[in-house]
Design a protein around this ligand. Structure first.
Ligand SMILES: Cc1cc2nc3c(=O)[nH]c(=O)nc-3n(C[C@H](O)[C@H](O)[C@H](O)COP(=O)(O)OP(=O)(O)OC[C@H]3O[C@@H](n4cnc5c(N)ncnc54)[C@H](O)[C@@H]3O)c2cc1C
Length: 555
């Protein structure tokens, strides 16, 4: 051992006592707990409330929170949802008394050995040891995904399998030699529910009104109290008390299939103790069924990044480049190529696949009224586009969208790839609350987007259209994320290859070339263009984020 980190605040707690303490606290503040009462069905009513069916009768609820642990998927199925959750087998072993441990004056701290991939702590006068196996060795309980949790399964355990964790036991014996003389007196093997990225799903769910979730907890004991407080604050105040976007249940969607969930859970479990790198990419389960129209054409020419189910070029290869994904804490293989792409856009012209943007069409007799209510900016005129922010009741930035009025009363709303269902849920909630007469169509998967940016963008695109592009003014620059003269071309996904090929051909003389999202990010930062989730979120108000230009106080 060369060095270690000591955390004096670390510890352990008996989960049963913790649960009882939280229940007692909830009762103290007026909660009524009925236990054990099984929820057998859920029915939503037209006014947005719920009928929760139980053997004791129906409970009428304003909203429901699915917090059903590894049964959460079964509860979701009652209302037609397929939550991307899968139980994994996790084991720990407890040893008999070890004299050296018994002789200790103070309790051992919890030890985590990242290389050996295990945790180890004192349990009475012995030790408790829990490993995380590699992704090849770990075990998923996939039959529960298909068939549900077997009726009656409650406090039972799985059969233990010491062979699966033997290499970790040996690593622990190397690190803590007294383990060699200890007998294993107990092995616990139980289910832990994994979401694809191992983070829980917490908050309101898009597409089902007043349905909230607190599910997918890989570390549910440690998270329990904080998540309870976070959710109750959100429900009472009408907005999240602080940003926890990583846990948004709406980061997943129809593309998170069973196969994807299983592949990802396997990877996440196996990577439990690995060192994470900046701009880390994980490859299990990719590509999903959600690919851009250009994916097949570009996949061998670039390093792809994963964005909400999509593959999007991060940077493109040229002869002499070291290709592939090479993570590092230092400048790595993409650094110079990204500089090259940056220059390409600044000095000539570049093309980028922006298809992962979230895209919604909004129309109907109340569409202008709705957008005026939703956004801090004014509603753009017909034929115009602006950047607009949805603010929470406390005035924090919940979302940033690009809004275009295509025809009178018909709008196109664009948001970042990861924000699609996050933003849509908020919009739908406001539509229901205000009774606005509008139709919203999510066209994210049907439409492709190509960005063309740089000083030659206009002359190249002019070759391909009869429209006069000479009057492109600064509004275009403002909306184009690169900050250079540029256009974003929204089109049917099946036309992406034809459009891309036509642009590349038209721009040959001007030296047109590809660029990826790493260069895009550098370009937008230099122009001071903020991005939701990076420079602003629901912890900041628009003034703090320097967005006053987009906030019209007198509208
Ligand atoms: C071996 C092992 C070691 C672990 N170690 C740790 C650790 O060190 N630290 C840590 O933080 N976590 C640990 N965990 C994980 C932790 O146990 C879980 O993350 C946590 O228990 C999940 O809590 P939960 O409230 O989400 O779900 P659960 O504890 O599963 O609770 C779900 C509840 O929903 C109820 N329910 C289900 N269906 C229905 C229905 N139809 N009607 C009514 N009620 C229903 C169930 O009865 C249950 O009470 C470990 C897990 C295992 C197996």
């Amino acid at each position: 051992v060369l060095a270690g980190l000591y955390n004096p605040g670390d510890g352990h707690i008996d989960p049963y006592s913790l649960t009882m303490a939280l229940a007692a606290g909830a009762r103290k503040y007026g909660a009524q707990l009925n236990y054990p009462v099984q929820v057998t069905n859920l029915k939503s009513r037209s006014d947005g409330t719920w009928d929760v069916e139980t053997p004791l009768g129906i409970i009428r609820a304003k909203r429901i929170v699915n917090a059903a642990g590894f049964w959460a998927r079964d509860i979701g199925k009652m209302i037609g949802l397929q939550h991307p959750l899968i139980p994994v087998h996790h084991q720990y072993v407890v040893t008999s008394t070890i004299p050296e441990v018994k002789a200790l004056k103070t309790e051992l701290p919890v030890i985590r050995d990242l290389e050996g991939s295990y945790y180890l702590r004192q349990e009475r006068d012995g030790l408790l040891f829990g490993p995380y196996e590699s992704e090849e060795k770990m075990k998923l309980q996939d039959s529960w995904v298909t068939n549900g949790v077997p009726p009656g399964f409650g406090k039972e355990l799985f059969e233990s399998d010491l062979d699966r964790i033997m290499e970790h036991i040996e690593a622990a014996m190397e690190m803590v030699p007294v383990l060699k003389k200890a007998d294993i007196v107990n092995t616990i093997a139980g289910p832990i529910t994994y979401s694809p990225d191992i983070l829980p799903m917490v908050g309101p769910h898009q597409g089902v009104r007043n349905y909230w979730v607190a599910i997918g907890f890989g570390y549910g004991i440690i998270h329990a109290g904080g998540i309870g407080k976070y959710l109750s604050d959100w429900i009472l105040e009408g907005e999240p008390p602080f940003d926890l976007i990583e846990l948004d249940p709406n980061r997943y969607g129809k593309w998170t299939t069973r196969e994807y969930t299983a592949a990802k859970a396997r990877e996440s479990y196996g990577f439990n103790n690995i060192v994470g790198y900046p701009k880390e990419e994980r490859f299990a389960g990719r590509p999903t069924e959600r690919t851009s129209g250009l994916y097949d054409l570009l996949k061998s020419e670039c390093s792809m990044g994963f964005h909400a189910g999509w593959e999007q070029p991060h940077w493109f290869y040229k002869p002499g480049d070291e290709t592939g994904y090479k993570p590092s804490f230092r400048r790595t293989n993409w650094f110079d190529p990204v500089g090259r792409e940056y220059k390409q856009v600044m000095e000539k012209v570049g093309v980028i696949d922006l298809s992962p943007f979230g895209k919604f069409k909004v129309k109907g007799s109340d569409s202008v009224k709705l957008l005026d209510h939703l956004f801090a900016n004014v509603v753009p005129k017909v034929g115009s586009t602006n950047i607009s922010h949805m603010l929470t009741p406390r005035g924090k930035v919940y979302a940033e969208l690009t809004v275009s009025q295509l025809y009178p009363g018909e709008f196109m709303l664009i948001t970042g790839s990861g924000s699609e269902l996050h933003d849509l849920r908020w919009i739908e909630e406001e539509v229901m609350r205000g009774g606005y007469k509008v139709e919203i169509e999510n066209v994210t998967d049907e439409m492709g987007v190509l960005g063309v940016a740089g000083p030659y963008a206009r002359q190249i695109l002019q070759k391909l259209t009869r429209e006069d592009l000479s009057d492109a003014d600064e509004t275009v620059n403002l909306v184009c994320v690169t900050g250079e003269l540029g256009w974003e071309l929204y089109h049917r996904k099946e036309d992406s290859v034809a459009l891309y090929s036509a642009i590349m051909e038209a721009g040959q003389k001007e030296g047109i070339d590809n660029f990826g999202t790493y260069a895009l990010n550098a370009l937008r930062l230099e122009k001071g263009f903020r991005a939701w989730g990076a420079e602003m979120n629901c912890d900041t108000n628009p003034l703090e984020a320097g967005l006053e230009y987009f906030v019209k106080l007198n509208k």
